[in-house]
Design a protein around this ligand. Sequence first.
Ligand SMILES: [Zn+2]
Length: 272
Amino acid sequence: MDLPFYLDCALVVMLGLCLGSFATAVTYRELNDLSWIMPSAKDHAKEQAVPTYRSACPSCHHTLSFLDLFPVFSWLFLRGRCRYCQAKIGVMYPLIEVLCLCACLALFFVHGLSITSLLMMVSVPFLIALCVVDFKRMILPNLLVAIVGGLGALVIGCDVFFGGVAAMEALLRALSAILYAGFALLMGVSVSFVLKKDALGMGDVKFFAVAGLWLGGAALPAFCILSGLSGIVLGGVWQRITGSQLFPFGPALILSLYILWLFDGSFLTVFM
Ligand SMILES: [Zn+2]
């Protein structure tokens, strides 16, 4: 079914805003050690909230209505405060929504609407949550990394079943995960040996494997160089802001994966 371009655009805007809203929920719950898949009774006790699957204000636990949940606009309209208890809502949340929307739109403008581009868009909220959690807590939660990896594996499966990609080629792409993780481990061990401190966390190694699933073996040099460059830039900014020598590497890896999505994993196009 071919829709006019402006209708495709409108669809992606709606999808991007919904995914952005989802990204804020995942980020908030991950930062507060709450489950976001199936909130348990323990989670509700932690939140001191009545069991509900609907979003609630973290401060007064009032269930949020449709008007409170409209991405970005609700925050602007309510001037960054809860409608019920006036508690401040951090500017980080509408920023996450805007970032998610922009990331989805950029993917749409480059790749159009396809199974692959849709699965990339669905990965965006998890990538954003991973970035924020790594910046704030220096960890890449396993579950989020695994979901992005699962979506990458799904792309390979769809390429075989709908795209006519040969099974052997798909297998090689799947095995790239091991190549990437092995390379990351080797680099991590060598750099740690030289610097005499832990240079790369296990979360980063797992994310390398995920990037391998998405990008395939040929993109490994591009991914490493881009990650190194983004690491230097982000690390410099991070040091300026926090004054801390310890820099989370996850956001640099995530940014590189996203840039290579936009440029189809080709190294030359990135620099041309
Ligand atoms: Zn409230």
